[in-house]
Design a protein around this ligand. Structure first.
Ligand code: ATP
Ligand code: MG
Length: 349
């Protein structure tokens, strides 16, 4: 029997509630398909930061390295600045393990109301995950003086843009063969014209994909006005970040949105996590929506070579939402995390 070694980082707040939910779905579907998981749990979190002064131990990345994948809940806690959880855990993992693809599928499920009328969405945002606007290059000068300024450099490399474009085009060939590239080359005169050029070059390798480039401002408007027209949207680190929150909101609740931080070459583990944060406002009550974490686990199954099991998990989510009144409070219901999870487990077992 194949056993996958998974590193599990539940993190903070509802991360510790939705991660076990995802694991129980993984175990149930794996058992039926004749494979299994061997979990190693790490208590790396803002809680740990409070007591030990670091999100993870100094050799943390080494301890993750020899796992087949990483399942993450959420990190973040009131009083701990966001940059601590980001730069103390998430960004080192993404960069060290070359998880340069951030994949965020978005779907409107029957039974989940979108804030938009007639929204029918089935798209994937492909976000460049390790370069671009989130660089450490720049600084402040003349602090406190009237001529004070801040400079922040954006870094696009030919290798970085080519590989994210290739990934997105390849993904489009497995879907509806439509790709939109987010840009702003009319206003940003160096980096985004370069992005456009490299994307156009890579497009030549995918003649059966119908693609175009849209400026980010117009693109955001179109996502709201007519989200159904999009299939794969590829964007830089910043544009992809914004687009994935926007498209997740269009689908109805942040609690259902999944994400994968992928290392497509598979020389390091990839990481799977719901889009939502630790939600301190509802943590500890057992009412967090587990769909984002469970769907992220389905993406993990797909990545580890179990596409049928992955599809079954997503189908089970869709079926429970459309065939039963079971909903967590964020979707207007009264179900608990474990009641909703049990319904999914029953369908995939
Ligand atoms: P962080 O700083 O960790 O990102 P945050 O408060 O900025 O936390 P979220 O944790 O994503 O962002 O929470 C945003 C809102 O969405 C909160 O009101 C939270 O309760 C709600 N929310 C987020 N995830 C879920 C979920 N899985 N189920 C129900 N509600 C959720
Ligand atoms: Mg936040």
């Amino acid at each position: 029997m194949t056993t996958h070694r998974l590193a599990v980082i539940p993190g903070d707040g509802i991360g510790t509630e939705v991660t076990p939910a995802a694991q129980s779905v993984l175990d149930a579907v794996a058992a039926r398909h004749g494979f299994g998981f061997d979990y190693r749990e790490f208590d790396w979190s803002c809680e740990r930061y409070r007591t030990e002064g670091a999100m993870m131990p100094a050799d943390g990345l080494d301890r993750l390295r020899d796992h087949d994948a990483i399942l993450l809940g959420a990190v973040g806690s009131p009083g701990v600045p966001d940059h601590v959880s980001l730069w103390g855990l998430l960004i080192p993992i993404r960069r060290t393990f070359r998880q340069y693809v951030n994949l965020r599928p978005v779907r409107c499920f029957d039974g989940v109301e979108s804030p938009l009328r007639n929204a029918d969405v089935d798209l994937v945002v492909v976000r460049e995950n390790i370069e671009g606007e989130y660089s450490q290059i720049g600084g402040r000068i003349n602090s406190g003086f009237p001529d004070e300024m801040a400079v922040q450099e954006t870094v696009f490399t030919r290798v970085g843009v080519s590989r994210i474009a290739d990934y997105a085009f390849r993904l489009a060939t497995t879907r509806r063969h439509r790709l939109t590239s987010a840009t702003k080359s009319n206003g940003i005169v160096h980096t985004l014209p370069f992005w456009d050029e490299v994307v156009a070059e890579r497009a030549q390798g995918f003649p059966d994909v119908d693609w175009d480039a849209e400026h980010i401002d117009a693109l955001c408007a179109k996502v709201v006005l007519d989200p159904g027209r999009f299939d794969v949207i590829v964007g830089s680190n910043l544009f992809g970040d914004i687009l994935s929150d926007l498209t997740a909101a269009v689908a109805g609740s942040i609690g259902i949105a999944p994400s994968a931080n992928l290392n497509p070459e598979r020389d390091f583990p990839s990481m799977f996590e719901p889009v939502h944060g630790s939600a301190p406002d509802i943590a500890g009550r057992g009412v967090a929506n587990p769909i984002g974490a469970i769907w992220s686990a389905a993406m993990l199954l797909d990545h580890l070579g179990h596409p049928e099991a992955a599809t079954e998990v997503v189908d089970a989510i869709a079926a429970v939402l459309s065939e039963t009144p079971l909903r967590t409070p964020d979707l207007g219901g009264t179900a608990t995390t474990s009641e909703f999870t049990a319904a999914i487990v029953k369908r995939v077992a």
